[in-house]
Ligand binder design. Structure first.
Ligand SMILES: [Zn+2]
Length: 270
């Protein structure tokens, strides 16, 4: 699932491809109206025509194209990708929507599993409603993170994944950060000292920034954002049964939190 670093790399890609400042001139939905409807696009997709993209914003894992008078929110689901096509390029397989902008800039939403969504919002505040501070926002300070987290009875991992608490920490990067600071995903927040919470905040930032750097430096041959695979050098933990802790080399353990698997080291993390 695209997480914060993937979505941020997509935002930068669209800016690089000069989407900002361009007007929509045409919208083409895939042939099956009932499937297009599932992507939530059919009711208003044509409303973007004659609107100009004024900026591209991200909060957490959500991406928004700000238009003159409304906002187009992109939710990538599990398999969604946005590509800018060359003028004569055929739409790739699984293209759900193709937007044509001025100067024949074609932007497509490709989504094999059809879980991605494009939604209309009245403003950026509406698009990002209910999200906590963005994990990579430079104005989000460690002291604010500590005051959000400290003293709570919740377990640390599920709280980190709660996007209304902090936006942009997904399953992979929560595990990476907790491993970096040797905290078990099941640990209750009220047992974690303040200084360790500060280290956790720094570890979250470091994991996300490391991943973003990796993704930005590995575009595909056409300069498009890197597609995340099961495991690569972004991660310390291999996220597979039968693999080992990169620090003490004992087998990695797993725990389930609401259907999501946490990978951790029962020796290093407590
Ligand atoms: Zn270990």
């Amino acid at each position: 699932m695209p997480e914060l670093p993937e979505v941020e790399s997509l935002r930068r890609y669209l800016i690089r491809e000069d989407v900002v400042g361009k007007k929509f001139v045409k919208v083409q939905l895939e042939d099956k109206p009932e499937s297009a409807n599932r992507t939530g696009t059919i009711a208003y997709a044509r409303q973007v025509i004659d609107r100009t993209v004024t900026s591209i914003e991200r909060k957490g894992k959500q991406l928004s194209l700000v238009l003159d008078d409304f906002v187009l929110g992109f939710h990538m689901g599990m398999t969604g990708q946005v590509h800018v096509l060359a003028p004569d390029e055929a739409p790739p397989r699984f293209t759900r929507v193709e937007f044509t902008l001025e100067k024949n800039h074609r932007v497509t939403l490709i989504d094999p599993r059809r879980w991605a969504k494009i939604q209309r919002f009245e403003s950026l505040d509406h698009a990002f409603a209910g999200l906590g501070p963005d994990a990579l926002d430079p104005n989000f300070a460690a002291s604010e993170f500590v005051s959000i987290m400290e003293g709570r009875t919740a377990q640390v991992k599920p709280l980190l994944l709660n996007q209304s608490v902090v936006a942009g920490i997904g399953n992979i990067y929560a595990d990476e950060a907790l491993h970096r600071v040797s905290i078990s995903p099941a640990r209750h927040l009220n047992t974690i000292p303040k200084t360790v919470l500060v280290s956790l905040f720094e570890a979250i930032r470091a994991s996300l920034e490391h991943a973003l750097e990796f993704i930005l430096s590995h575009p595909d041959e056409l300069g498009r954002p890197y597609i995340v695979d099961a495991y690569d050098e972004r991660m310390l933990l291999r996220r597979k049964p039968g693999t080992f802790c990169p620090r003490c080399e004992i087998p990695i353990s797993t725990l389930k939190f609401g259907g999501r698997t946490a990978y951790y080291c029962s020796n290093c993390q407590s």
